[in-house]
Design a protein around this ligand. Structure first.
Ligand code: NCD
Length: 360
C-alpha cells in the first residue's frame, strides 16, 4: 500500500543517511535557530495526543512555532469526537485536511501507522503504546552527537522497563545500525527487552548482555539510559508495585561510573534517578529534552520539504489471521487490513503494526 505523503512511523523505514541528515540539521538549528524562523511560514501542524505528554507535545508545538508555522490539535481526546466513538481513521482523515503535518501519540501500538494509511497529509509517530518512539530517538541521537561526539563504538546501558519502553526499543533499533555499539540491559526478568529487538541487534552484528543490577556494570558504560517503570502499561496495580523502585540511580552509584559517562532519560522521572544526581555534570536529561525541540524542528522541515510518497504496508494481508497482541491497533479498529511480514528466519509472522510475532 502506498500513501502520497511522507510519514515518520519508524526510523527503520528510512536509511541511516536520512536520520543522520535530520540530526545534522538539528545541530545546525541548535547553533543558529534564528536562521530558521520563517521556513514554515503559512504551514499548520496538528498535534493529536490521545495519551498524556509534556515534553513531546510541547517540543513539537514550540518547534513549529519557532519555524514560523502554526498549531492546532487536542491533548485530551475526551474533548474531541473521539469521546463519541469516532475511529482513528475518521479523526485523522478529517484533521489531515486542515493541517500539513499531523503529530500523533496514542496508547495503542501501531496507531500512527494505521492513521498514515488514509490521511491526506504526513503523519509523525510521537509514541504508539509500548511500541516505538522515533522522535525521542532522534532527540537521543542529537544528544549523543553533541555530548559524546559519536554515535559509534559506545557501550550503552539501558535500565528499567525495557519490555514496555518504546523509547529504548526505538533507540536500540537505531544505535545497532552504527558500528561497534554494545548494549547492556538492566532489568528484572519480567521486564526484559523484547525478543524481536534483540534479534535486530544480533542481525546487525552488535552485541548485548542482560544483567540484573546497575552496580555490576556501571563502570563499563559510556551512556546510562534510565527509564521509568510505566504504571500505565501494566495489567494490574499489583504487577506495577512488584516492579516499582527496583532501580534507583543515586550519587553513590554514580561514584562507580566513568568520569565521562552521561546519564540520559526521556523523562518524566518518577524516582529512578535521585534529585542529587541532577547536580552531577554527567546528568544530561534536561539538556536532552532541549535538544529534542531542535531535532523536531529539523524533522518538521525535512518532512515538509521533501514531500515524498511512502510505502505504508509492505507485508502480505491475510484475511482470517489476527495479531495476538491485545494492545495492537488491529484489535481495536476492525477495518484495518491485517498485514504481516515474515521474520528473518522465516519461521514466524510479524504484525506490521506492532511487531508481535506468531507461529505460521
Ligand atoms: C517517554 C514516553 O512517552 O514514551 N517520554 C517522552 O516521550 N519524553 C517516556 C515515559 O513516558 O516514561
Amino acid at each position: 500500500m502506498y500513501s502520497e505523503y511522507q510519514h515518520l512511523i519508524d526510523l527503520s523505514d528510512y536509511p541511516v543517511s536520512w536520520w543522520k541528515k535530520v540530526v545534522e540539521l538539528g545541530e545546525k538549528i541548535y547553533q543558529s535557530p534564528a536562521d530558521y524562523a520563517h521556513v514554515c511560514d503559512g504551514k499548520i501542524m496538528a498535534t493529536l495526543f490521545y495519551e498524556p505528554s509534556t515534553r513531546t507535545q510541547m517540543s513539537f508545538q514550540t518547534a513549529m512555532i519557532r519555524l514560523g508555522g502554526q498549531i492546532i490539535g487536542f491533548d485530551n481526546p475526551a474533548n474531541s469526537s473521539v469521546s463519541k466513538g469516532e475511529t482513528i481513521k475518521d479523526t485523522t482523515k478529517i484533521v489531515s485536511n486542515y493541517a500539513d503535518v499531523l503529530v500523533m501519540r496514542h496508547p495503542v501500538a501501531g496507531a500512527a501507522k494505521a492513521a498514515s494509511l488514509t490521511t491526506d497529509c504526513s503523519v509523525i509517530n510521537a509514541g504508539d503504546g509500548g511500541h516505538l518512539h522515533p522522535t525521542q530517538t532522534l532527540t537521543d541521537l542529537l544528544t549523543l552527537k553533541i555530548e559524546k561526539q559519536t554515535l559509534s563504538g559506545l557501550t550503552i546501558g539501558m535500565c528499567g522497563d525495557l519490555l514496555n519502553g518504546r523509547t529504548v526499543h526505538s533507540l536500540c533499533k537505531a544505535l545497532s545500525q552504527f558500528e561497534n555499539n554494545k548494549f547492556i540491559f538492566m532489568s528484572t526478568p519480567e521486564l526484559r527487552m523484547p525478543a524481536y529487538i534483540k534479534d535486530i541487534i544480533k542481525a546487525s552484528g552488535s552485541v548485548y548482555e542482560e544483567v540484573n543490577t546497575i552496580e555490576e556494570v556501571i563502570d563499563k558504560l559510556d551512556v546510562l539510559y534510565m527509564t521509568r517503570i510505566q504504571q500505565e502499561r501494566f495489567a494490574s496495580v499489583e504487577e506495577y508495585l512488584a516492579q516499582k523502585d527496583t532501580y534507583v540511580l543515586d550519587a553513590e552509584k554514580m561514584k562507580g561510573a566513568k568520569k565521562d559517562m552521561i546519564v540520559m532519560h526521556p523523562l518524566p522521572r518518577v524516582d529512578e534517578i535521585t534529585i542529587e544526581v541532577d547536580d552531577d555534570a554527567r546528568a544530561m536529561y534536561f539538556k536532552q529534552a532541549k535538544y529534542g525541540m531542535y531535532v523536531r524542528m529539523a524533522l518538521i522541515m525535512t518532512i515538509l520539504s521533501e514531500k515524498k510518497s511512502s510505502e505504508t504496508l509492505k507485508g502480505k494481508v491475510y484475511t482470517g489471521v489476527r495479531c495476538d497482541n491485545p494492545r495492537c491497533i488491529t484489535n481495536h479498529e476492525e477495518y484495518l487490513p491485517k498485514s504481516f511480514r515474515f521474520s528473518r528466519d522465516e519461521t514466524l509472522l510479524e504484525c506490521e503494526y506492532c511487531d508481535e510475532r506468531k507461529l505460521i
